[in-house]
Design a protein around this ligand. Structure first.
Ligand code: ZN
Length: 347
């Protein structure tokens, strides 16, 4: 949709209509990182703080923002207030403490942060972010990607780097787990190992920073695996470790057993029944995906849709997105629902 068409849609009342139509459903907004300035090349999952602030100001005026777990419990019990929304942040980069949390505090808005627990407090970035760092900082002017069917790619402009990073990222998500890890390391080696020495905008929170962020009760911490793999590409053992160890870390560091999980990458093909079974064994009641949609009483509690917010959305497009007007109408048809969830003992 063109920008002028997006504004025309907003002015026509489309967003008002869809917010009204979805008033008895739950909007779970999905953010990742928030930085002081936009990244170059662009990175979909990092917003600059002024854009983020404007979006939250809009959301607080048009929705009733609840803590995530309260919203999910009320959705399940049929007591969700109208126009309910919850805010979530995936991965757990340090900029959540420095850039996002001050805005949450300013507006007094609760939020859930899903932590990838492995690299917390280290100089290591998550694997997708290692790729971004390597492509953003390399001195190479081109790269041979024939081994992953992407041919020879130029890296001479910022746009080239951004496009190649995005193509490589998507290709890596499709690889078996060990192959993905090896491919990322080989690309980082080719582009310059020193490119990833400083994680920059992808530095992860330490546990102390994470706990401090949650100190005033607005931010609640939840698990998002240990190393952010695509769970459906992993062995049974690795799925178990990634889920159980991240849940244990959150419980150890916060003193509370987590009730909600977010799948890394989170498309329906990124997790399977093995992952769901691992979640149930850890006592998790709900899990969030990254696919676009409102959650409601018919949603599968272990595959709740969210509204993904990225840096590519103008303010008009953001308004359309959060209204639910672009929601995929297809449903999984799993037969489970929030009002009739599958018993936790089944797997
Ligand atoms: Zn993630």
């Amino acid at each position: 949709m063109k920008e002028s068409a997006a504004w025309a849609a907003c002015l026509s009342g489309l967003t008002v209509f869809y917010r009204w139509r979805n008033r008895n459903r739950l909007a779970i907004l999905m953010y990742h990182g928030v930085e002081q300035h936009p990244l170059r090349p662009d990175c979909w999952h990092v917003l600059d703080v002024e854009v983020f602030r404007r979006q939250l100001d809009y959301v607080r005026r048009h929705f009733r923002i609840l803590p995530l777990e309260e919203a999910l419990a009320r959705l399940e019990s049929g007591t969700l207030p109208q126009r309910a929304a919850a805010l979530t942040f995936d991965d757990g980069t340090r900029n959540l403490a420095t850039c996002a949390a001050p805005v949450l505090r300013e507006f007094d808005l609760p939020a859930a942060v899903f932590l990838t627990t492995g690299p917390m407090g280290t100089d290591e970035a998550l694997w997708p972010d290692r790729l971004w760092l390597a492509f953003a900082r390399t001195e190479c002017i081109d790269i041979d990607l024939t081994s992953i069917d992407l041919g020879m790619r130029s890296l001479s402009t910022v746009a080239d780097r951004g496009a190649t990073y995005a193509a490589v990222l998507e290709r890596c998500k499709e690889l078996p787990d060990q192959e993905r890890l090896a491919q990322v390391e080989s690309l980082v080696t080719a582009l310059g190992p020193d490119t990833v020495d400083d994680p920059g905008p992808f530095r992860m929170l330490s546990w102390q920073e994470a706990r401090e962020m949650g100190g005033d009760g607005l931010v609640t911490l939840y698990p998002h695996t240990v190393t952010h793999p695509i769970l459906s590409c992993c062995s049974d053992d690795k799925i178990e470790r990634e889920v159980a160890d991240s849940c244990a870390a959150v419980q150890r560091e916060t003193g509370t057993a987590p009730g909600v999980f977010a799948y890394p990458n989170g498309r329906s093909r990124d997790f399977d029944e093995r992952a769901r079974a691992a979640l149930r064994r850890c006592g998790l009641r709900w899990a969030l995906v990254t696919e676009n949609g409102y959650a409601d009483a018919s949603s599968d509690p272990l595959a709740l849709p969210r509204i993904p917010i990225g840096s590519g959305s103008s303010f008009a497009r953001f308004r359309i997105l959060v209204s639910g007007a672009t929601e995929a109408r297809e449903r999984s048809g799993s037969g489970r629902s929030m009002r009739n969830p599958m018993p936790k003992t089944l797997s």
